[in-house]
Write a protein that binds this ligand. Structure first.
Ligand code: PHE
Length: 468
């Protein structure tokens, strides 16, 4: 390679970038609505189990694989065995597909910052219709999506230290401040206690096999795992960093933001007597109704909340774009700027299809769903869990135990007392649990043709792995 590979500038910078990747729409947009739809506290318990047992092991493993090889997803697998390139390629493809809908929602959050001040809150009864009208419009959401994607292009084209790390260092602390302000306001609403009860008292009657798949998929999605993102970020880490400690910090930060987002949202819902099962529209329809009842400060809190959502989304989508860009740089020697432009242009096309699938193209279905759901279900329900399972098998059975120990203890200079526990969990327990949940969950996916298509893609990648 002509240029020296990039590195993070500081530990703080890396942590903000990695936590920035993890904390995203998954925490603030998706986690609350999944919790609402899956029985509150029961879903949270299952989710926490997935994070602690599986997420933490896989995050540690991804950091180790990334730093050991010093390469992004495909290269990292390939450095051990050509046959495994497909697992990395599956990750790159997942990054692509998630970026086929993520910037659409990122654009919504930007639009809602502006809308907070332009009359959105004036007629609370109309907020639901406003959202429906907005996301199904042919032009307005596309404009916001393009602006959103352009900001991603700007950051990622500036590189690891000057772009991604610099953005994370400013935005992540701001995110925590904003979240604290919102929680402070919503938790002091009269009637908020009911919402807290919903979160703390588990209702297991809503739990099915699909609940477990939803929790597992959400754990991977929220922690940015199963698609080579943390491999890529780990590949920019210097040899002095302690990997297990960093994995623990990032996992804790991500989980705490998800829980805090739920604490910010549910008390407010219950305080205003609103149903928690609203689905994906939850934060865009229900929360503005709450803000509308806050009087003159309503627009300010509303704008702050959507700014928070935007910041969270941005530091995540930047990492998704980086997974694909880093692959092109590492494996195809492409120049960074060129890789960013080409990749984001394709993503823009996918996002246009996703956005239009909410309105003008709502009648157009592939494998029984619109484009938005196509990209979402394929990644979140199928690819990420399988990607994570493959990584665990790869680490457990195809990498040398001594190499892993060497990497996780920085050549024996720092201690990692839980190494044996981590190793055995990752090798034997994690793949089995993922297999059980994924197989039963994936087979039960309603859209059978989509499920078969997803599995077929993985098979095709496996066959052509050597060319990647
Ligand atoms: N973790 C991000 C979120 O919660 C999404 C993401 C998934 C980012 C996979 C990178 C890789 O929104």
């Amino acid at each position: 390679m002509t240029e020296k590979r990039e590195n993070w500038g500081s530990r703080f910078g890396f942590l903000m970038a990695a936590a920035g990747s993890a904390v995203g729409l998954g925490n603030i947009w998706r986690f609350p609505y999944l919790t609402g739809m899956n029985g509150g506290g029961a879903f949270i318990l299952i989710y926490l189990g997935c994070v602690a047992l599986i997420g933490l092991c896989i995050m540690t493993a991804e950091f180790a694989v990334g730093r050991r090889s010093g390469l992004a997803a495909v290269g990292a697998y390939k450095s051990v065995s050509d046959k495994w390139s497909f697992a990395g390629a599956l990750g790159v493809l997942s990054g692509f597909f998630i970026m086929g809908f993520y910037p659409v929602v990122g654009g919504w959050s930007m639009a809602y910052i502006a809308k907070s001040f332009t009359g959105l809150l004036a007629v609370p009864e109309a907020i639901g219709d406003v959202f429906g009208g907005f996301i199904s419009a042919p032009v307005e959401p596309l404009v916001w999506m393009v602006i959103y994607l352009a900001i991603n292009v700007f950051i990622v084209s500036k590189g690891v230290q000057g772009g991604i790390e610099a953005a994370g260092k400013v935005m992540m602390p701001l995110l925590y401040v904003l979240l604290a302000a919102i929680i402070f306001r919503t938790i002091s609403l009269p009637g908020a206690g009911e919402g807290l009860k919903f979160l703390l008292a588990p209702d297991f009657s809503k739990v099915t096999g699909q609940t477990f798949l939803a929790a597992l998929g959400q754990a991977f999605f929220s922690l940015s795992l199963g698609m080579g993102c943390m491999i890529t970020y780990g590949s920019y880490l210097n040899k002095e960093e302690k990997l297990p400690a960093n994995a623990l910090i990032v996992t804790t930060m991500d989980t705490s933001v998800a829980l805090l987002a739920a604490v910010a949202i549910f008390p407010a819902l219950f305080a205003f007597g609103i149903e928690p099962t609203a689905g994906p529209g939850l934060v865009f329809i229900v929360l503005p109704q709450v803000f509308a009842q806050m009087g003159s400060l309503g627009p300010v809190f509303s704008a702050l909340f959507f700014l928070l959502l935007f910041i969270a989304a941005l530091t995540s989508s930047v990492s998704l774009l980086e997974v694909v860009v880093a692959y092109l740089i590492d494996q195809h020697r492409m120049e960074r700027k060129k890789a960013v432009y080409i990749t984001s242009a394709i993503m823009a096309v996918m996002c246009i299809l996703s956005s239009l699938s909410m309105g003008a193209m709502s009648g157009f279905k592939i494998f029984g769903v619109g484009f938005f759901d196509f990209f979402d279900i394929l990644t979140d329900k199928i690819f990420l869990a399988i990607g994570g399972g493959l990584l665990a098998i790869f680490v457990g059975f195809f990498m040398k135990k001594e190499d892993l120990k060497d990497e996780l203890t920085n050549g024996g200079t720092v201690s990692f007392p839980a190494f044996e526990l981590w190793y055995n969990l990752t090798k034997y327990v994690v793949p089995v649990i993922i297999a059980v949940i994924a197989i039963s969950g994936i087979l039960a996916i309603e859209q059978k043709s989509l499920m078969i298509f997803g599995l077929l893609i993985i098979a095709v990648l496996a066959v052509f792995s050597k060319k990647l």
